[in-house]
Write a protein that binds this ligand. Sequence first.
Ligand SMILES: Nc1ncnc2c1ncn2[C@@H]1O[C@H](COP(=O)(O)OP(=O)(O)OP(=O)(O)O)[C@@H](O)[C@H]1O
Length: 585
Amino acid sequence: MNNSKSALKYFYKYLKPHWKAIFWVTVFSLISTFLQVLAPTYLGKAVTKLTSYVANGGSINSFLEIVAFLAASYLLSTIAIFISWVIMSNFTAHANNSMRKNLFSKLQRMTIRYFDTHQDGKILSLFTSDLDNIFNAMNQAIFELIAQVSLFIGTIYIMFKINVKMALFTVMTLPLALILALVLIKKARKYIGLQQKEISNLNGFINEQLNGQAVIITNGLQKQSVQEFKEYNKAVRNAMFKGQFYSGILFPLMNGLATLNFAIVIAGGTYLILTNQVSMAAGLGLMVMFIEYSYTYFQPLTQLSSLYNLIELALTGAKRLAKVEQEKEEKRVSDGKQLTPLKQGLALEDVHFGYNKDKEILHGINISVPKGKTVAVVGPTGSGKTTIMNLVNRFYDVDSGRITIDGTDIRKFTIASLRNSVGIVLQESVIFSGTVFENIAFGKQDATLAEVEAAAKKAQIHDYILSLPKGYETEISENSDTFSTGQKQLISIARTLLTDPDFLILDEATSNVDTVTEEKIQVAMDEVVKNRTSFVIAHRLKTIINADKIVVLKDGTVLEEGSHKELLNRKGFYYKLYTDQMVLD
Ligand SMILES: Nc1ncnc2c1ncn2[C@@H]1O[C@H](COP(=O)(O)OP(=O)(O)OP(=O)(O)O)[C@@H](O)[C@H]1O
């Protein structure tokens, strides 16, 4: 079993606070096991008493006493199981809850690099399949492990204590059962692993196809898509069949072996009676007792092997969660400076940066944004425009050089005060579940309706919001189609305007928007940058004609800079970019 140390440490961390509960679960499951192991003895004794009563007569009372004991021990055993289940369900739910809480808080402290390098679906699966697998395993495996192992040891012990010969007859099939279980588990493990891989491939395919549905429809690729789906689905079916076959066959095979064992026990008991080693009554009692024992000692083998997959899945999940807990968190400067209102401006000084060590993206960038001015960064796709924004906001830190605000390196300020001063309108606008009002007031929770309306007016979206049946109280979410892509960006501009940041970064949306909305975005952008120190990352050059300065970026270096007019007169790279775009427009 691939039980790495980190997974076990992870379990230890979350189970340690519940050691008292685990102690009581152990006690009650041991009590129940003890009673279960004891019960067949009474059963055997009852048969012996009954047989000798039938054969020799006498008092039936001792038989009735034993039956009463038997009933009492089954009842007590059930009560003990009930109590330990109550305790266990309670502490596993609590432990799982702590895991989920810590995971979410940890994600909130992670660097943007983590989210850039991990797919959303995979992060989500930590909360769904991994935590679910752990919960299922904790709920079933802890109790079962304690109960079944003790049941197995207890049964073997008591069998040998009662009658060594009968015990030997009963455990005769044990080696065969063990070999069978190991072989089947190995096979099942292989195909269940394959099944999970094929399911994940299938999900990946479905996800990709659903996201690209528009492309599939416009290119008439539906048939091809269905054909490919069939291939993935077939692979899942094949792996699933074998996985389920090998894991499912274990149970009936073990039951079959247990039945075979009954025959061996009966033959063994008959042999002892016929060879006069025990009396008829005692022999019949022993047979009933050992038939019951052969069932109880086979039960742990079947149960434990069916738990195997559950435990393996939980260990894999715990390993993944432990890895997340060890991930690097965003650096916090605990004694950092507080940013005061901007006096001079922001500057990038000889900034070098690469997302990976082996590939530098920005090669010595110098840009200054004086207070109250708007600087636009333009350049071909992939030239590093968004990367500059990521550095200014400290989503990433520069590799060399520095970024300063009023002459102080931004790494000297607390992250909180930096992010409070810097407002960002991201390329991809984000809508949170809630009302339109809540979405705009996101960055300023105590905003009044009047403030929200004023921001929406400046962002050119107020009239549209009023046209909605419930106005600012309209419920929206990321997937609702109340707003178009362009309108979502207007909402996001309003959100930023409301926080009135000292310094603004506006990453213009690249997606196509209709001309009316584009004009509105233009007016909103002009409004938002007015008298504010801002960085505009522009994709459509006509939107930044009025910027105080335009910096032209190419392959991570500044190629040209100046006003729109100056750059056009220079007839350089900007001129080419601009004229090319105008032709396209
Ligand atoms: N998170 C990331 N990890 C690794 N490389 C990245 C990451 N983000 C961007 N890059 C790479 O850095 C380079 C610059 O990307 P960037 O997004 O800054 O360009 P851009 O000028 O904003 O492009 P666009 O106009 O398409 O938005 C590209 O080669 C891109 O592949």
